[in-house]
Ligand binder design. Structure first.
Ligand SMILES: NC(=O)c1ccc[n+]([C@@H]2O[C@H](COP(=O)([O-])OP(=O)(O)OC[C@H]3O[C@@H](n4cnc5c(N)ncnc54)[C@H](OP(=O)(O)O)[C@@H]3O)[C@@H](O)[C@H]2O)c1
Length: 406
């Protein structure tokens, strides 16, 4: 599946010496203070917070806006971070993590994020003028907003995932931001075969499965190609993020199991890595911290897979999520080859009826549930200086508590 690596793919084949990096001081890169007037008032949402001009590095406590932040009181904000997609499952956790770390966070998406201590700026990432207005004055971007779905109009995936990322990169450059974290997905390098103990392979839009993975792959290549001395870019690929409030993975599994529509594919023995949501959020924060670093463990221009580092058989994972939700785990089996064939047919049929509910099976989903995919996390942990803090078993316990309302 990886034989067709893009020749200019930046990860991980990129040797450290391939991209010359100018000597750069170890201290945080100073960013010229941006006057508040740089943000056009007419385009600023009514709720937008006032921002005092400030350098990116150390900001004296006295310069902090009068706004009260719930968990940021112990440390002064370090960076003004523009987070896209914070009304979503992972984006909300990331924005909360960055607020807790003392950053000054703006959340950009179409619906309110509800993240305590952050400011919302509402809009679509496909609206270049709106993005440019909202991003002005920020030092860093963490880009999560995406069309995340098993089905839908291919043009929407293209416009949001590729077009939106292009707009964000251009706006970040124009705004003078110095850091950009692109939240990607391991599916950008998954062409259907097993991934066993591998590091991040190059994103491969030609062979990635489905419109979501294809467009995320193209967006990741765009993002990494934009890495420069002025704008440091890193791609992080959290694998199968789950936890309380998860509408992507857990909710789909539980809903299908409850309806008796969740089979085990094959023997359910494929080893799969997943990521508890708090770990994914802390890894993304670590990537933001480290993207400015140079040297042997410099992370910019590279991609990193993020997981809990605890691969488990898919049957065990599904059972853990179902039990946490009080639902009987799947017991009936379907041969993986049958599910893949059916997934391809269903996927083709669903393309004829865009906008309706999600297909019960796709080839991508069948492959995800029946092939091993777990990753070598040594480079990720060394370079990001990060370790997952929440074990899978602790995650299942927290998930169960959330379903019980405890
Ligand atoms: N969950 C996972 O397992 C997983 C794994 C790997 C990578 N990721 C990546 O993590 C990111 C977030 O995933 P998620 O699971 O949290 O998905 P999600 O819950 O569906 O959230 C998607 C977010 O994107 C925003 N968005 C979508 N279209 C937008 C647009 N046109 N303009 C502005 N914002 C838009 C949505 O906000 P509005 O609808 O309010 O605009 C929402 O906040 C994605 O980039 C995804 O590829 C997720």
């Amino acid at each position: 599946m990886t034989d067709s690596e893009a020749p200019d793919a930046p990860v991980p084949a990129k040797p450290a010496a391939a991209k010359p990096r100018a000597a750069k001081p170890a201290a945080p890169k100073p960013v010229a203070p941006k006057p508040a007037a740089a943000k056009p008032a007419a385009l600023k949402p009514a709720a937008a917070k006032p921002r005092a001009a400030k350098p990116a590095s150390a900001k004296p406590a006295s310069a902090k806006p009068a706004r009260v932040k719930s968990r940021a009181v112990k440390r002064a904000p370090q960076l003004r971070v523009f987070v896209t997609g914070a009304s979503g499952f992972l984006g909300r956790a990331v924005a909360a993590e960055l607020v807790a770390a003392g950053h000054d966070v703006t959340c950009f998406q179409r619906r309110a994020s509800g993240v305590t201590g952050a400011t919302d700026a509402l809009g679509s990432i496909t609206d270049a003028a709106r993005v440019a207005a909202a991003i002005a004055g920020h030092d860093a971007v963490v880009h999560l907003a995406a069309k995340v779905s098993l089905a839908g109009d291919p043009a929407d995936f293209e416009a949001v995932n590729v077009g939106g990322t292009r707009i964000l990169l251009a706006a970040a450059t124009d705004a003078g931001a110095s850091r950009f974290v692109y939240v990607s997905s391991p599916s950008v390098a998954h062409a259907g075969a097993s991934l066993v103990g591998l590091d991040a392979l190059p994103a491969d839009p030609e062979h990635a499965r489905g419109d979501y993975a294809r467009t995320k792959a193209r967006a990741e290549l765009l993002a990494l190609a934009a890495d420069s001395e002025a704008l440091r870019v890193v791609a992080v690929r959290p694998h199968l993020v789950w936890g309380p409030g998860d509408t992507q993975l857990v909710a789909r599994i539980v809903e299908r199991a409850r309806a008796g529509r969740l089979p085990l594919l094959g023997h359910g023995a494929a080893l799969i890595d997943t990521t508890y949501v708090d770990n994914a959020a802390s890894a993304i924060r670590a990537a933001l911290d480290r993207v400015d670093a140079d040297g042997a463990h410099g992370v910019h221009g590279r991609a990193y897979v993020i997981t809990n580092g605890e691969p488990r058989p898919v049957a065990e994972l599904l059972a853990g999520m179902c039990r946490a939700a009080g639902v009987r785990p799947p017991a009936w089996r379907v041969p993986a080859s049958v599910a893949r064939g059916a997934g391809s047919l269903i996927e083709a049929g669903w393309r004829l009826r865009p906008g309706v509910d999600e297909p019960p099976m796709t080839r991508f989903l069948a492959e995800q549930l029946s092939t091993a995919h777990w990753f070598d996390q040594r480079r990720t942990r060394a370079d990001l200086r990060w370790m997952p803090a929440v074990s899978l078993d602790e995650g299942f316990a927290r998930l169960e508590r959330s379903y019980r309302g405890a």
